[in-house]
Design a protein around this ligand. Structure first.
Ligand code: AMP
Ligand code: ZN
Length: 464
């Protein structure tokens, strides 16, 4: 079996993912959403990319040998601001958008991660944020000032190595708030005080709440149970400062152990040339697209259409093209009915093993489709089915083609209504009332439904 190589941001080279051993599963952590609004389709890109990696790892090693965690940031100033603006509790805001996030990602075919830790549930406890911050202070990497605890970046010699930024640039680039409690402008917050009306937790530094970066460091240690995990992922914009800071905290709290063997970053989804982002106001949400009638699977294929490290331009044409591709794949999936479950050879993971080359795997699916058509045209039904099977097997690693073709072609239509019309159509034909039969067929066609009659007289229908 081909070994899996992934591009690692830290070394800027492709690194081999180790083979899991009994009791030592492959561990994957992805930074999840801050739940103060609906995810946009750009936010969905890392979810879908890393879900695909998760599926590939499970395919290669078995589900029991893979552990995937994606957190929920449910304490944050943006959540608190929204709560104040809408006169409700931060918990209510976070709960609403956490649920929406799970629903949206499920609609895009994302499996539920093994762990979905909430930041607020990992503040106290043995490997919680407070314990980690205390360890950083004890080891001389952090200091307390005016109820704040700060990480002192100059104390960590490796600071900047992940994002490869010189220290002065990082300091200039850090959003420097006026902060009299900082020894140096690049120092970042581990803990900050809360006022009476803000959510807060008791700590050795008074009542307060954690900074964003420490959340991930603590949740990784808590839920994955390791100081060094196999793969850490997120969008390109998280390289600095978020991942740089996660790495600094974890290394320093854990005696120098690296936080991750491989760091992965997905490229941006763009509108035109511009990154899709809430602050720019150029967002489209999966919810809007689903409500407009696009199947979640179309959104998923569209999100997978570019290599994960490349930018991806979001357009209507991309959606149309993805829909047409799925129609083609699903029409071949029907041919599976002719065979049982022949084994699928390793070759289907070849492209994916090379830094998750999904576009190349999709190109192979098209080739399997053409091969299947050729065999079908030659009357070789068995061989046509074997190629269709490879097409579907590759698709299933990508989280695609998992419905029955019937369901794909009829989704969104009023199935019961169509079936009733189809029954009338069959009666009309049985009575040789061709005019009536044609009228029913044309009416359905007007509703976007195509019906067909097989040689043996059975009828079926699909969305046109
Ligand atoms: P945020 O809620 O901004 O922290 O984003 C959640 C995740 O979505 C992070 O992994 C971001 O890097 C990622 N992300 C945000 N905007 C985009 C975008 N336009 N394209 C791809 N990934 C994005
Ligand atoms: Zn994180």
């Amino acid at each position: 079996m081909a070994e899996l190589k992934l591009y690692d941001t830290f070394t800027r080279t492709k690194q081999t993912v180790r083979t899991p051993e009994p009791g030592k599963p492959i561990t994957l952590y992805v930074c999840g959403p801050t739940v103060y609004g609906r995810a946009h389709i750009g936010n969905a890109r890392p979810a879908v990319v890393f879900d695909t990696l998760y599926r590939l790892l499970r395919h290669l090693h078995g589900a029991e040998n893979v552990r995937y965690a994606r957190n929920i940031t449910d304490i944050d100033d943006k959540i608190m601001a929204k709560a104040v603006a809408e006169n409700r509790s931060p918990q209510a805001v976070a709960a609403e958008f956490e649920q929406a996030y799970f629903a949206d990602m499920a609609a895009l075919g994302c499996l539920t991660p093994d762990f979905s830790p909430r930041a607020t549930e990992h503040i106290a406890g043995d490997h919680g944020m407070i314990a980690m911050i205390a360890a950083l202070i004890a080891r001389g990497f952090a200091y307390e000032r005016q109820g704040h605890v700060l990480f002192e970046v100059s104390r960590f010699e490796g600071y900047g190595r992940l994002s490869r930024r010189p220290m002065d640039e990082m300091i200039a680039g850090a959003r420097v708030e006026v902060a009299p409690y900082k020894r140096s402008p690049g120092d970042f917050v581990l803990w900050k005080p809360s006022t009476e009306d803000q959510p807060g937790w008791e700590s050795p530094w008074g009542r307060g709440r954690p900074g964003w970066h420490i959340e991930c460091s603590a949740m990784i240690r808590s839920v994955l149970g390791q100081e060094t995990i196999d793969i850490h992922g997120g969008g390109l914009d998280l390289q600095f400062p978020h991942h740089e800071n996660e790495r600094a905290q974890s290394c320093c709290a854990h005696g120098g152990a690296e936080l991750a063997r491989i760091w992965m970053h997905n490229g941006f989804l763009t509108m035109g040339e511009t990154k899709m982002s809430k602050s720019l106001g150029n967002i489209i949400t999966p919810r809007e697209l689903l409500d407009a009638g696009w199947p979640g699977e179309v959104l998923r294929l569209a999100l997978l259409s570019a290599h994960y490290r490349q930018p991806l331009q979001w357009t209507d044409a991309l959606l149309e093209r993805s829909k047409a591709q799925l129609d083609g794949f699903y029409s071949r999936r029907r041919r599976l009915l002719h065979i049982g479950n022949p084994p699928v050879r390793d070759e289907i993971v070849g492209a994916l093993s090379d830094d998750l080359n999904v576009p190349s795997a999709i190109a192979e699916m098209h080739q399997y489709g053409r091969d299947s058509d050729r065999c079908h045209a030659d009357g070789n039904v068995e061989a046509a089915a074997v190629f269709a099977r490879r097409l579907v097997a590759t698709g299933s690693i990508l989280g695609l083609l998992e419905q029955r073709s019937e369901d794909w072609f009829t989704a969104g239509a009023d199935a019961a209504g169509v079936e009733a019309e189809l029954a009338r159509y069959r009666e009309a034909r049985a009575a040789k009332d061709w005019a009536a039969a044609d009228a029913i067929r044309d009416a359905l066609k007007g509703d976007g439904i195509e019906i067909s009659v097989a040689k043996d007289g059975t009828t079926s229908w699909r969305r046109a």
